[in-house]
Design a protein around this ligand. Structure first.
Ligand SMILES: Cc1cc2nc3c(=O)[nH]c(=O)nc-3n(C[C@H](O)[C@H](O)[C@H](O)COP(=O)(O)O)c2cc1C
Length: 332
């Protein structure tokens, strides 16, 4: 039987299937179900900076500072009782999850500014989390903000959290960086233990009849894997940290593609929300049988095999592939 063990930011995992942050981890029973189905670890749903700021009385400061500059943007945010748990209860949730299951629990903090909320990482570590994912979900809407400003904030946040805790830290990013390899290297140098690629960009639709913006959260499709796949293939070998691929993992072949590009784990979310957490078992069993069928002994033997690491001139390779692809239309 093929060896499907992997390691991710220092955590030894029995397989590469890790459910990513989602409502599936809101209840301990949900986490237990994922463990029973075979998940190698679970990433908890996120605790938001705004939630912590509400509790510490820093919410209005947060809204009037830096990135969020509207005088009273508080109306846009959910009321505190609309979050599944307050920050203290989130920490308690970690503690209970650790008591209930044996697999690693990775907590998730979601924010965009360097502030008091980061201190919360200490409580997350003390509650027993095996790792912490920092999700930087920020959409720049100001024409005065430079790309470098945003990168600097993220690096500062990471630096602060690394000083506060010693558990491994994963950084979950959006794909919208002008020069992702350079930023990835700087995150790696600042101590990121893993990069989680990519956050999905939630894009509200417009209802033409009602003439209003319509928020929508759509689940991913299998083809959504192509973006993180490409970027992990580009970054693999350029940084020392681990990679998690998130977006579009809906099948066993998607798991193998993620690893061939250079990922250490495949995060799954939409597939489980749509089809049920029992699908984890099927993914794991099928990974083993598919590897046997393809005569692949271990995940380690294929990791990064189809990355750009071996290309002498990756930029020229990317450019030439693009040109060839456009020219081939109609011929293939
Ligand atoms: C309903 C829902 C809730 C989510 N909640 C979170 C969250 O709390 N924190 C986070 O970092 N990502 C969250 N995500 C993003 C997922 O973890 C995942 O990165 C994304 O959906 C792409 O993976 P997929 O294609 O497997 O769905 C959420 C996604 C969905 C669909």
């Amino acid at each position: 039987m093929a060896d499907i063990k992997t390691s991710f930011m220092g955590l030894e995992l029995k397989n590469p299937i890790v459910p990513s942050a989602s409502p599936l981890s809101r209840e301990i029973s949900g986490i237990k179900k994922m463990e029973d189905a075979g998940a190698a670890a679970v990433v908890l749903y996120s605790l938001f900076e705004e939630q912590i700021a509400m509790e510490t009385g820093e919410f209005s400061n947060l809204l009037s500072s830096g990135a969020l500059s509207l005088a009273d943007a508080s109306v846009y945010f959910p009321h505190r009782h609309e979050y599944p748990r307050d920050p203290e209860a989130y920490v308690d949730h970690i503690r209970k999850a650790k008591e209930a299951v044996d697999i690693p629990i990775i907590a998730s903090m979601n924010g965009t500014s360097k502030g008091g909320w980061l201190e919360f990482a200490k409580q997350i570590e003390q509650a027993g989390a095996d790792g912490l994912e920092l999700n930087f979900y920020f959409i720049p809407t100001s024409d005065t903000l430079l790309g470098l400003d945003i990168e600097t904030i993220y690096l500062d946040i990471l630096k602060s959290v690394k000083k506060i805790v010693s558990i491994p830290i994963a950084v979950k990013l959006s794909p919208f960086f002008t020069a992702l390899p350079n930023f990835a290297v700087r995150l790696d140098e600042t101590g990121a233990d893993a990069l989680v690629l990519f956050n999905r960009f939630y894009q509200p639709d417009i209802n033409v009849e009602r003439k209003e913006v319509q928020p929508s959260i759509s689940l991913s499709k299998p083809e959504d894997i192509l973006l993180p796949l490409r970027w992990i293939a580009i970054l693999y070998g350029q940084v020392d940290c681990s990679f998690a691929l998130t977006s579009g993992v809906h099948s066993v072949d998607a798991v193998l593609k993620a690893v061939m590009a250079g990922a250490d784990i495949a995060n799954v979310c939409s597939f489980l929300l749509a089809e049920g957490v029992e699908k984890i078992t099927e993914l794991i069993e099928n990974t083993e049988s598919r590897m046997d069928e393809l005569e692949i002994d271990s995940l380690a033997s294929i990791k990064g095999a189809l990355s750009l690491e071996s290309y002498v001139e990756p930029t020229a390779f990317e450019r030439s592939s693009y040109i060839k692809l456009l020219q081939s239309y109609g011929r293939i």
